[in-house]
Design a protein around this ligand. Sequence first.
Ligand code: KIV
Length: 278
Amino acid sequence: MDRKKITPLEIQAMKKQGKKITMLTAYDYPMALLEDRAGIEIILVGDSLGMTVLGYENTLPVTMDEMIHHTKAVTRGAKYALIIGDMPFMSYNTSERDAILNAGRFMKEGAADAVKLEGGAGVKEIVKAIVKAGIPVMGHIGLTPQTISMLGGFKVQGKDAQAAQKIIDDALSLEDAGAFSVLLEAIPAPIAKRITERLKVPTVGIGAGIHCDGQVLVVHDMLGLFDRFTPKFAKRYVNLSELMLKAFESYREEVLKETFPTDQHSFHIDEKELSKVK
Ligand code: KIV
């Protein structure tokens, strides 16, 4: 297959052509390599790495340095996918200057192609400023984990008319600010459908139903590598935890029984040479 590096413009063209967009998170080189090989169009270095990889309670402690470190690994692994760096809590909400400088770090140090940040109308000016600096932005509305205490926990957003209208208005604000696409998390499918129909830019959904222009999953959820918290929308395609645990146990057992390493896994030296060694 003749493949070229995917750009935000190509992601937008996919909406016009009615082609579904696939997106997954990745936090390291081997995962990025495989997702890229599978043809995934967008790889998000999500701040979910705080929970899935770094073992934090939530995404709030994640720092810019941690995000850059993982973004570098992902961009080394993926040649074709559009790589988005997820701006962590307090890296963009403090001022437009901070937002531009931190978004710039994703591009300069992490070699990312775009950034994502959480919030709707409230971050419109920040999105505008980053886009004006030449950095493509994906918005993220609905359930926004960085403001989980304000939202009262991990729950579906936009369940009544007023809340649903606010999410639609937020999506329109982000498009107006220049976001090249908008991620919709944990909102009723009919609301995601309305947003997808009203926006010119593509929507990518997680827990937002089938009508979005694309879908995203947290890779550790879909591989069964994170079970501290499994949202209803996280489909598990394989249980890697179970397979890995079996492999670790087999290795330990073989070392204890001295059935590993075998001759096949060992190096040899000529007998004559060996005899000269004291
Ligand atoms: O950080 C993350 O993994 C996300 C998900 C919603 C995809 O933002």
